[in-house]
Design a protein around this ligand. Structure first.
Ligand SMILES: CC(=O)N[C@H]1[C@@H](OP(=O)(O)OP(=O)(O)OC[C@H]2O[C@@H](n3ccc(=O)[nH]c3=O)[C@H](O)[C@@H]2O)O[C@H](CO)[C@@H](O)[C@@H]1O
Length: 364
């Protein structure tokens, strides 16, 4: 199988793509070409994963009237020309997009050239690129029940799949004691992992800094992942830390330590939620208020309603509130964990690959 994959900007669009690629590789021989941008996290994460990578130059549309949109239009046209060339050379059986604006020219060009095309939507409220592409592609794979109607007259192309990253996390086999040991954590303490999505979140980082002095009242261990660009500042702010608090800029194999933890504090990006529910992890969620149509709060709602997560809005976030929420979640760990597990969709990767194979077969 020959597949072109595109998706990027943030980890939430990249990790589902990598999980899908790994599932294809597990089932059949395949050649992959990943098309992303040099500015997105994909340039680092995809290359690190050893997957052939080509970059195009494209930016996102601004919602307000702006000259930048004219520049984006020009970049889009140039990208179409470049993508056409890449596709002609590579000759894929199928082209899959996992969101982020880089998918726009890639999937649009592929569909116009007559290739089989699929987009995967991670969020409960679809992004503008996927809404635009729905008109052209063969299939729209969804992660949340009930979000098909956002695609209007293209709803018939939608199919509930879940998030492939969940499947990858579900089959991980780890020794939790060994995983915790890798970070130097002592046994017998509940481990809390904090991260603000793939890029880090200053508001969460600040609340954690405020909460840290209170940890002396508890037996918790804390893995505090700041996000690459915020690391130095937080490190300087915190100075020397006891062994049970570990600070990291980014963790490339995050699911391993998630599986060995008792509680997660994070944004409510879609891939994060897929991971948490597959692992049955309780969480304290602080949705990003800076995303389109507040979609992270919508993502979080099913977890909050069923008791899998506690929610703190960013404008109400303080160190004290975060500390209180963590204490409550640790106390109610068992019930929250069961509620979380009940929402997991661990078969997403194989269901998505089944659908890709069906589409390719239709073509032949
Ligand atoms: C600000 C923004 O636009 N956020 C969007 C972006 O978020 P973002 O990329 O932050 O979103 P997600 O939470 O979905 O995914 C983060 C991914 O990065 C991984 N990770 C994170 C930290 C780390 O140190 N190591 C690591 O591997 C997590 O395991 C997870 O797989 O894409 C998501 C999926 O479309 C959306 O729901 C989010 O709203």
């Amino acid at each position: 199988m020959r597949i072109v994959v595109s998706g990027g900007g943030t980890g939430g669009h990249i990790y589902p793509a990598l999980a899908m690629i790994r599932e294809i590789e597990r089932r059949t021989t395949c050649e992959v070409l990943y098309i992303g941008t040099e500015n997105g996290l994909e340039a680092d994460i995809v290359r690190r994963a050893g997957i052939p990578f080509e970059a195009i130059e494209i930016s996102g549309l601004r919602r307000s009237l702006s000259f930048e949109n004219v520049k984006t239009g020009v970049r889009f046209v140039k990208s179409v020309v470049r993508v056409r060339k890449l596709l002609r050379q590579f000759k894929p059986d199928i082209v899959v997009g996992t969101g982020g604006f880089v998918c726009g020219p890639v999937l649009y060009t592929a569909a116009k050239m007559g290739y089989k095309t699929v987009v995967h939507e991670q969020n409960s409220l679809p992004g503008i690129t996927n809404k635009f592409l729905a008109r052209y592609v063969d299939r729209v794979a969804l992660s949340f029940k009930g979000s098909g109607h956002y695609f209007g007259k293209n709803e018939a192309k939608t199919m509930l799949i879940g998030n492939p990253r969940a499947s990858e996390v579900a089959i991980l086999e780890i020794d939790p004691v060994e995983e915790r040991k890798k970070y130097g954590f002592e046994e017998g303490r509940p481990l809390i992992v904090v991260y603000g999505g793939s890029r880090g979140a200053p508001a969460i980082n600040q609340a954690v800094v405020e909460m840290i002095p209170k940890l002396t009242e508890t037996d918790w261990s804390l893995l505090f992942v700041t996000g690459q660009v915020h690391y130095e500042q937080i490190k300087n702010q915190l100075g020397e830390l006891p062994e049970r608090i570990q600070l990291r800029p980014f963790i490339y194999d995050l699911p391993l330590i998630l599986k060995a933890s008792q509680l997660v504090v994070s944004r409510s990006g879609a891939s994060t939620l897929a991971e948490l529910t597959t692992l049955g992890l309780p969480s304290v969620l602080i949705p990003s208020p800076y995303v389109t149509e507040n979609h992270q709060e919508v993502n979080a709602s099913s977890l909050v309603e069923t008791g899998a997560s506690l929610l703190i809005r960013e404008n109400e976030l303080t160190g004290d509130r975060l500390f209180a929420a963590c204490a409550k979640a640790i106390a109610e760990q068992k019930a929250m964990s069961q509620a979380s597990l009940a929402l997991g969709m661990p078969d997403a990767a194989s269901d998505l690959v089944d659908e890709l194979l069906r589409l390719i077969e239709q073509k032949n």
